[in-house]
Design a protein around this ligand. Structure first.
Ligand code: CU
Length: 153
């Protein structure tokens, strides 16, 4: 009790009060600076995103392609720049499907409603055949072409 009483007395003295005001002033200045930095970063971030999405239509902005499988279609925007290409695959159909990229790789069979990811490392510019190799599926339409090209070419 005695210590607490002493502390309260010190805080209420005029000298201590001015010291606290000074600290509050600098603290407020620092808060303002932090807010300015936060606003600056937000503006830079928005500008960066806008730049990223300014690539022309039809050309993927990076090497990630969403692929949807169904009977009997392989759907997706199969354009990518040279480099690693990643397929994020969803089987939206009612039977098992898979993805084969001739000479480069394939997924395991993907059950109806299932998902899988296929990474094709370091693709050079060119065209690559993609198909489902379950019996009869390619002949029924599950085949398409991945086009790898530099943006604008
Ligand atoms: Cu299939």
């Amino acid at each position: 009790m005695t210590d607490t009483d002493t502390l309260e007395t010190e805080i209420e003295t005029p000298g201590a009060g001015r010291a606290l005001d000074g600290e509050a002033f600098w603290s407020g200045l620092m808060d303002g600076a932090l807010i300015l930095v936060a606003v600056f970063l937000a503006v830079v971030g928005i500008g960066y995103k806008a730049h990223q999405s300014s690539t022309g239509p039809g050309v993927a902005t990076n090497g990630t392609i969403d692929v949807t499988l169904s009977e009997f279609v392989i759907a997706g925007n199969f354009n990518a720049p040279p480099g690693d290409v990643t397929f994020n695959i969803t089987n939206a159909g009612e039977v098992v499907h898979d993805i084969v990229v001739t000479g480069l790789g394939k997924t395991a069979p993907i059950n109806a409603g299932g998902t899988d990811t296929l990474v094709l490392p370091k693709l050079a510019p060119g065209t690559y055949e993609i198909f489902c190799d379950l019996p009869g599926h390619k002949a029924s339409g599950m085949v398409t072409t991945l086009k790898v090209a530099y943006p604008g070419s």
